[in-house]
Design a protein around this ligand. Structure first.
Ligand code: GLU
Length: 513
């Protein structure tokens, strides 16, 4: 069946073995964009067949992270759907039945070799691989009498089921990004599909069976799964499902921001950026890893940033909403080459999204930061906070940066930046500033458009140095010589606060030699 006629059904299939890595988030995002663009379905399947690696809390973490980012799931453990259950540990009967199908058709066999015996073989034969060249010298249902196999199973001896791979075949994997990749079946080993010890299938079997039963049309996943693809092709064939096998899409790796190789958690620790969407508290080690959400990123910024790591819209457009990404996304513009994890760009996206947010919304996000810094937002009007935030937002990458830039709107300076004092607070400044305070005290109109020409005219009439006086003025009000336009500040703060700060400055600032 050609993929163009087929209903698009994709799945994100994480294993709950820890927090979802940012690369996994990108995989989920590309699946979602593709599904939405084609009016298809997005499935979330929890692949928890590796009981050894199961981590409590990981599944909730996955759900919470996807919800935070706005990646909506159509069918899944929580959402339900026509092809459930969507958690592999609840599908044992299905896998058992499918293992039996392969055993019955001779495509798989039962093997009793213990780990000790396998180790002995590895010691005996260099580069030992359980395959056509060695399987007839092992302890399995191909080499043992039928009744002995039955007896061992009846006695509860543990076994695995292995996939019987025929040598001498060319196995072609058609990947929508990479084209056709062909390998020789000889290099593959007879992979374990099922383990009686925990009555669970391995990843390969469960993954294939579920993709088939859930009618998955496209398998979009990270490049690290490409080596498994030939085996998956052979499994589809063994089940007789080759005609409806999903199309493969292996996404490029995320690479270190500097140097070569795959992005790792260590790179994040080393360079100071999160590699997880949400903060993660490891239940075993007690260690906390930082997350994009807790670090102050907006979900839209993270989505936009990730979307462009491995895909481009075909032009220079960078800022795109989820809806725009959905309409522009295309596998044709996904790259084969790994994408450098340029985390600074992530900050730029956050900055950019903060600029487009209405000031009133930004003010709401800022209120908890004010509280953290000991200022009660209720002491100020919403309008005051909103205007203050609007004046400094161009300087911030994160909401928390608003504090450093806007604190003077809420707390009068008690310290004055020494370098600025040295440069601007000359001996005559207390006198000039007192005169300025007196002038402003007599003004009832603090509208910037009125006050600015008024003050500048006064400076000129008195023959003062414009830069020195304005900087000294700023020093008394702000505490340092930077910040938004001075008459925007006074416009918002009003007469009383402005005059009080100038007078306090005159009292407190001492000239530095
Ligand atoms: N459970 C695998 C993982 O953790 C799924 C790989 C796939 O998408 O086939 O990524």
């Amino acid at each position: 069946m050609s993929t163009s006629q087929r209903e698009v059904r994709v799945r994100f299939a994480p294993s709950p073995t820890g927090p979802l890595h940012i690369g996994g988030v990108r995989t989920a995002l590309y699946n979602y964009l593709f599904a939405r663009q084609h009016g298809g379905k997005m499935i979330l399947r929890i692949e928890d067949t590796d009981s050894q690696r199961f981590v409590p809390g990981a599944e909730d973490y996955i759900n919470e992270a996807l919800a935070w980012l706005g990646i909506e799931i159509d069918e899944g453990v929580r959402e339900g759907g026509p092809y459930g259950p969507y958690k592999q540990s609840e599908r044992r009967d299905i896998y058992r039945e499918h293992v039996k199908m392969l055993l019955d058709s001779g495509k798989a066999y039962i093997a009793f070799d213990t780990p000790v015996e396998l180790d002995a073989k590895r010691a005996e034969i260099a580069n030992f691989q359980y395959d056509a060249s060695t399987r007839m010298s092992m302890r399995n249902s191909l080499t043992m009498p039928v009744d002995e196999v039955a007896r061992l199973i009846a006695d509860g001896v543990q076994y695995v089921v292995r996939f019987r791979i025929d040598p001498g075949r060319d196995v072609a994997v058609d990947d929508l990004i990479r084209g056709r990749v062909t390998i020789k079946s000889d290099i593959l080993d007879d992979k374990v599909l099922y383990k009686s010890a925990d009555d669970l299938p391995t990843y390969h079997l469960a993954n294939i069976v579920d993709d088939h039963l859930m009618k998955v049309s496209h398998v979009i996943r990270g490049e690290e799964w490409l080596p498994s693809a030939p085996l998956h092709v052979l499994l589809y064939e063994a089940f007789g499902w080759a005609d409806t096998a999903p199309a493969f899409v292996h996404l490029p790796l995320l690479l270190k921001p500097d140097g070569k190789g795959k992005l790792s958690k260590r790179d994040g620790d080393r360079l100071g950026f999160p590699v997880f969407p949400l903060e993660w508290h490891d239940p075993k080690s007690g260690e906390t890893s930082s997350g994009y959400r807790e670090s102050g990123y907006l979900p839209q910024a993270v989505v936009n940033f990730l979307a462009l790591l491995g895909w481009n819209p075909g032009d220079d457009t960078e800022v795109m909403s989820m809806d725009e990404l959905i309409s522009k996304f295309s596998l044709d513009h996904c790259s084969r080459a790994g994408a450098k994890f340029a985390y600074e760009k992530g900050k730029w996206f956050n900055h950019t999204y903060l600029q487009t947010m209405p000031d009133a919304d930004l003010a709401e996000l800022f209120k908890p930061v004010m509280k953290d810094n000991g200022v009660d937002p209720d002491d100020f009007s919403d309008e005051y906070i909103t205007r203050a935030v609007g004046m400094v937002k161009s300087r911030i990458n994160f909401v928390r940066d608003l504090w450093d830039n806007a604190r003077f709107f809420f707390v009068a300076p008690t310290k004055y930046e020494p370098k600025a004092v040295k440069k601007r607070w000359s001996e005559e400044m207390p006198t000039i500033m007192t005169a300025l305070a007196n002038l402003l005290e007599g003004e009832s109109n603090f509208d910037g458009a009125y006050l600015e020409p008024k003050v500048l005219g006064w400076i000129e009439q008195n023959g003062y140095h414009l830069g020195n006086v304005m900087n000294a003025f700023r020093l008394t009000v702000v505490g340092e010589c930077k910040g938004p336009h001075m008459f925007d500040i006074t416009d918002l703060m009003g007469r009383e606060a402005t005059v009080a700060r100038i007078r306090a400055g005159v009292e407190r600032i001492k000239p530095v030699e």
